[in-house]
Design a protein around this ligand. Sequence first.
Ligand code: ZN
Length: 437
Amino acid sequence: MNQLQKIDELNDGAEAQRIAAKQKPTCRSCDAALDHTFVDLGMSPLVQSFVPPDKLDEAEPFLPLRVLLCPECKLVQLRSYVSPDNIFTEYAYFSSYSTSWVAHAKAFCEMAAERFSLGPNSFVVEIASNDGYLLQHFLPMGVPVLGVEPAANVAEAAKAKSIPVLVDFFGEATAGKVAKDRGTADLIVGNNVFAHVPDINDFCAGLKLLLAEDGVISLEFPHLEKLMDELQYDTIYHEHFSYYSLMTAERVLARHGLRVFDVEELSTHGGSLRLFACHVDSKKHSRLAKVDEVLNRELAAGYDDFDVYVEFQNSVQASKRKLLQLLSRLKDDGKSIVGYGAPGKGNTLLNYCGIGTDFLEFCVDRNPYKQGLYTPGTHIPIRPVDDIRARKPDYVFILPWNLKDEIIAQMSDVFDWGGKFIVPVPEPKIIGPEDLG
Ligand SMILES: [Zn+2]
């Protein structure tokens, strides 16, 4: 899709938004009226819409980034203003670029094959299979697989690894088609897709339809508890529609006859849950104690009430003020600051806080697709990583804070010229060599 078509589409989105604004928003899971704001991050561009140099003088679409809370099921959610076709059909993110993510996927496949006795007679489906970073690990085990992936360009990369891929969005219709052609699935994997689906009822109906009698669903998604405890407000962006606690995820699945029987807490993406679910009447999978342990912790924290949610907006605003105070002080002292990384979350933070080239001279990113482009809304140039070494700035501002340990280790020569790092959330913090153990 070229830029003009994209803007036309977004104008359609703006039209949809005007219509939506007149209608009262309702919960995407239980349909209750949504009249509580969880956090309002103002107007923001689509975080993956990096701007090429020849488009810098053109208008960019900005959409509301106001997150709502369902008073009934307590699902924290963003309204969808842009059609998913616009976001996911050509995707610049290839999962295999991240070696730690591929290793995470490999460990999962080995665990799942053993725990659920997967073999040549099993069938594994991954939803949002990207470039085959996960399913590739089942091939040497002889386990038949299928990826479902809407972005044709990343799906091609998976096919090149001999992984069959259905290029489509996942929902009830797609699930019915796969079940008819290939049979039901013993394992359905969805990593970082559950939170990115606008129509979660259609998605869950698809899971229910495709799952074998005693099959298992494994879903990974960022945990709302981490977002709230660690003020990870920058993980909020337009493509990320639902923000789950285990409590709300369980309610969403239960509505479709699916039952959570186990959960793991992971450190990925700033803190994620991996839940395992089965048909509500499956005798094979008994509920493990860990499920109630996490649920009870959420209940004790007040996730089924309102007060804890109301506090969040105040904490986010205070965090923004502290960050701007720190950056302003450093600039007043004549210091130079460069950004490291241009992840989606970085763009939410930069736009919400109003941080442009007035604070960050440029950003660097390892992904060659982003180099030469500009950050959406704030128009900070993105350059190769070695440009930091050429510039030798006083401070390196780490945008993908979830990878801060890895980045500081890779960039430890910053300390050699007296440079330090800044991490923006939950509290803006300066990290010098003396802070490392
Ligand atoms: Zn609801």
